[in-house]
Every structure is written in C-alpha cells, then in structure tokens.
Write a protein of this length. Structure first.
Length: 440
C-alpha cells in the first residue's frame, strides 16, 4: 500500500484492539460530571471525545504525541542547514505516533510533491469570485471545488466495506494536504500580486514551496513557514476547527467536505481569525499614538482605553492555557534570532510585558498570558507579508496536518457518528423543579 500507509494500518489495528479491551473493562466508568453551566456555556471542561494526535495541558501547553514544541524543534528532521522542524515530520508523528527519521520526512515530502497537482477547474472556481472576497472564503471555495477528486466519495459510492473506510480517507488526506499550498499561494497572488502566479518548485519541501509560490525566496522566511506550519498544526480535538472536521467526518462526509467545514470554523474571529485581529489592533495603536515605536507607558495607556471601551486585547487569554503559550515563545525566539531590531516585533514584546499585569489587576481574567496569535503577524510583516486578511489562510494550511491525521484515525478506529444529547430550557426548568431527569 505504501510505506507510511502500511505503518499507519499496523498502528491502527493495534490501537483498535487496545481500545476494545479498555471499553470492555472500563466502558461504564464515568469520565466526568456535566454541570448546567457547562451545558449553557460552550461545554467547557467536558471530556467527550478522543483525539490521538495531540493533548493540551493547561500548564505545559500543546504536546504532539507527548512531545512539547521545544522537543519537536530539537528532534524533528530539518532541511539541510535549517534550524526549524519540517512539518512533514510532525505529520508523520501525529499519524504514526513515532518520531520520524530524516528518510521518513523526506519520503512524505516526495509523496506530497507527486500528489500536488491541482485541476484547472479549481482555479476557475476561485477566479469566479470577486477580487474583494475574503481570502478564507476563496480558500474554502477552492477546497470545495477540489472535492471532485475525493477517493473516499468514489469508493463509498461503489459500496466499500466499512473496515476499509480508512484507506481512501488516508489517500484523500495526503492528496488534500499536498495541494493546499498551491491553492493558498494562488489566492495570495491573485488577490495581492496582480494575478501574477509562480509555478511550484518540485525540489522544495512542503512549507518552503508554499513560500516560493507566494513569492518569498528569503531562506529565513521559508524557515518561518516551517515553524509556523508546525506550531499551528493541531491543538487537541475540542477547538472549533478540529471538532468540526471530526464532527462532519463522523457523518462519513469525505475529507474535503469535512476539512472545508472545519476551516469555515477557523475563519471565525474567536478562532483562527484572531491572528488578523492582533496585527490590526497593533496597527491601529501605532496610528493613534502617532509612532511605530511606542513606549511601554504609551502601550499601557492604550490597553487601558481598549478595556475601558468594553473591548478585549486580541491575542491574550485562552480557554485552556494558564501560562504563556509555548507557540508564542517559539515565535519570540525566532524573532530574537532573525529580527531582533524590528520595531513591530519589539512592540509585540513590549505588549507582552505590559498586558498581563494589567489583566491580572482586574481580577477577572483566568489567563492573562499571550497565545499563538499575539506574535505571528509581526513576524510575517517583517518579511513584507502585510496583507493580514491572508494570515488565517496560512493557519488553515497548517491546521490541515492535524485535523486530517485525526480524520484518518477516526475512520481507522471506526468511530461512530457524533450525536450528543440536547435539552430545552423548558425541560431544564422542569428538572430543577424535580419533575424528572433530563440527562438520560
């Protein structure tokens, strides 16, 4: 079937047997208690699904198959002479559950290179949209147009055995990931670079080729893309984009439809669009203060005015994390290495020193620390990528690695359609009056 596919199937078979044994022995054990507040307030803290690829710890941040971001930066393969991990290696780790060798990562690079052709009708579909369409709308439209190529949809229509669902899902995941850089770069060049497109370079790695097709040949920008694609790839299963991809996939929608649904969730301002909001907020601050190098005192005053106006400081706070996001730290270290004197990057660092104490003083914020979105935009602006509406597209390309690896596992483990119980407020009121149970 293929080297990586064979390894994945062996892992999935072993995991299936293990999970069946766990459920046989412990299936009736309670994993938690749901409160009424949780039912009304976004299901926060409810453990209700399994995602194999990553786990978010409130204190340590994201771990991919048990490895922290600093460990991944050290252990994952890199391009010759490079300092940042290859996203291909992270995908292998999430899919197979083991650290890849350099040969493993290079093999995935070559597979994605071979599978990267995008049919012309996808570009024609994108071109049919007005040029002022948001890049994420163009991106999801392109993915939906690409759905004509789905192996799973074709095999399901023929009548495939459910035990084999994972096989065409795996092929769809590999095809889709391979093609996303081409679609993203096409949108970027169409909207911002006078529709002047750059052909892919078959000798480059996945993230490096994305940078090339967008028109950025600086080697440190390619390194940034490798880091960016790695640290944004996954954030366990409960976030909107991951959960939506899993949910839609549970209905046996193919990976193209499932991923497109997830990316519509990513486009929301409370999720992936937040990176756009951060850089927009900083630009507005600079304009109002009349300087591109504000002092900490000026920043503190602007933050107070932002909060007094009933607004939030974008990029600060997280639903789960209770310390500085390790993804923020990784980007800060990249900035110190590649652009220590950049005024915008230094402003991000000053904001980092200023905002948490102010938020802590309010006594209402559980996590006053920055998340990944607080830094990424400033790094991109340094290299001339100032079109902040496009930033969420980069996030979407990266997030494909995690959600599609998870989708392969969903089908390999035969997870059922997801269908939680819901209740009405009227039923809740009756339950509170002692007129019956609502959770059964």
């Amino acid at each position: 079937m293929g080297i990586i596919k064979d390894r994945f199937k062996a892992k999935a078979d072993a995991a299936n047997a293990e999970i069946k044994d766990i459920l046989k022995t412990h299936g009736n054990k309670k994993i938690g208690e749901v409160t009424l507040a949780q039912a009304y307030q976004g299901m926060r803290g409810i453990t209700g699904l399994v995602t194999e690829t990553s786990l978010l710890d409130a204190q340590e941040g994201i771990r991919f198959r048990g490895y922290s971001i600093p460990e991944l930066q050290e252990k994952l393969p890199k391009v010759p002479g490079g300092g940042e991990p290859l996203p291909e290696g992270l995908f292998y780790l999430m899919l197979v559950g083991e650290l890849p060798t350099e040969e493993d990562a290079n093999h995935i690079t070559s597979v994605w290179q071979r599978r990267s052709h995008v049919p012309n009708h996808v570009f024609h579909t994108i071109d049919a949209l007005p040029i002022n369409t948001h890049p994420m709308t163009m991106f999801v439209t392109g993915v939906m147009a690409l759905q004509t190529e789905s192996n799973f949809a074709k095999e399901y229509a023929k009548g495939i055995n459910k035990k084999e669902y994972w096989n065409p899902v795996y092929d769809d995941a590999m095809d889709l990931i391979a093609r996303l850089p081409r679609i993203a770069a096409y949108i970027y060049r169409r909207k911002y670079k006078n529709n002047e497109h750059i052909q892919p370079n078959g000798l480059l790695d996945w993230a490096g080729n994305l940078a090339h097709m967008m028109g950025y040949e600086n080697e440190s920008f390619k390194e940034l893309m490798r880091l960016y694609m790695t640290i944004h790839a996954d954030h366990e299963g409960g976030n909107v984009s991951a959960h939506t991809t899993h949910l839609v996939g549970s209905a046996l929608s193919d990976p193209y439809l499932s991923y497109a649904a997830g990316m519509n969730g990513l486009a929301g301002p409370l999720h992936g669009l937040a990176n756009q909001e951060v850089i927009k907020w900083i630009f507005e601050m600079q304009e109002q203060l009349g300087t591109d190098d504000p002092t900490k005192e000026q920043i503190a005053d602007y933050v107070q005015k932002t909060l007094a106006g009933g607004k939030v400081v974008p990029g600060y706070g997280h639903a789960v994390l209770r310390k500085t996001d390790p993804r923020f730290t990784a980007q800060m270290e990249f900035g110190k290495k590649h652009m220590p004197d950049d005024k915008l990057v230094n402003t991000v660092w000053k904001v980092y020193e200023t905002v948490p104490p102010i938020l802590e003083s309010l006594g209402k914020v559980k996590n006053p620390w920055p998340n990944v979105d607080a830094h990424s935009g400033a790094l991109l602006v340094h290299y001339g990528l100032v079109e902040y509406e496009f930033y969420t597209v980069l996030f979407a390309v990266s997030r494909a690695l995690g959600v599609l690896a998870s989708l392969c596992w969903d089908r390999a483990l035969g997870l059922p359609i997801e269908r939680p119980k819901s209740v009405t407020t009227e039923a809740v009121k009756e339950w509170l009056e002692g007129k019956g149970e609502i959770w059964e």
